[in-house]
Design a protein around this ligand. Structure first.
Ligand code: NAP
Length: 198
């Protein structure tokens, strides 16, 4: 076991949706509640300062929560969801609904994996992400992709990985870029229409 030398600020329940598929809604809800209760106890025992849920696909999560609409769920301190331009419409909707259902305030909804794990993928070379920035904003394509990810869904922090300090600097500098929110709204609409025609 590694000694971190301090109590972790947050421990995440990792992708609980994986344990919620293929079972009935009541069972799914019980299973989710049981896992949340264990993390809640970990906070009480002083093992971590808070707990959260990180979810790659919040679809099964919101289904489990809706399985018993009257039961109050234990509220995590943080909900961290997949964010960015490659997140499908139904996953964006599910993340927002899960945050609402759990009573997560806007500053506690965080994002992750803005490049879907690989910033060198062809999709990022083909897309002109600057179209999501306000006119006159100057940034590289990687910066525009990263900055736009904060709006898809709306999150206040993003977990991104890099082994290069210059890459991290580039991302930190991108945080001050202004996003064209009308363009983001049009993009969400486009994603919804694409989904309804597929
Ligand atoms: N719950 C889940 O299922 C799940 C799944 C995936 C990820 N996550 C979370 O999300 C975090 C990040 O996800 P991730 O690492 O999979 O994907 P990511 O952050 O979307 O992408 C990481 C890749 O982007 C590259 N990159 C970063 N900044 C760059 C820049 N300025 N220019 C060029 N390339 C750049 C990195 O390469 P370089 O090293 O060359 O910079 C790295 O290969 C993870 O640490 C984890 O906490 C959770």
């Amino acid at each position: 076991m590694i000694d971190l030398g301090r109590t972790p600020d947050v421990i995440f329940l990792h992708n609980p949706e994986k344990s919620l598929v293929g079972i009935g809604p009541t069972h799914a809800r019980d299973r989710l509640d049981a896992a949340c209760a264990v993390l809640n106890e970990a906070v009480t025992a002083g093992l971590c300062a808070s707990w959260g849920i990180s979810s790659w696909d919040a679809g099964p999560l919101i289904q489990a929560l809706d399985g018993d609409p009257f039961a109050k769920a234990l509220t995590p301190e943080v909900l961290m969801v997949r964010a960015g331009l490659t997140v499908p419409s139904d996953q964006l909707d599910a993340s927002e609904r899960t945050a609402e259902r759990l009573g997560i305030p806007p500053n506690r909804l965080w994002g992750m994996s803005p490049f879907g794990g690989d910033a060198a993928r062809d999709v990022w070379k083909k897309i002109k992400a600057a179209t999501f920035l306000c006119q006159d904003e100057q940034g590289s394509n990687v910066q525009a992709v990263f900055r736009a990810s904060y709006e898809l869904p709306k999150v206040t922090r993003i977990s991104v990985s890099s082994g290069r300090i210059d890459h991290l600097r580039e991302l930190v500098a991108a945080e001050s870029l202004k996003v064209d929110l009308d363009q983001i709204a049009r993009y969400r609409q486009l994603l919804r229409e694409k989904k309804s025609h597929s």
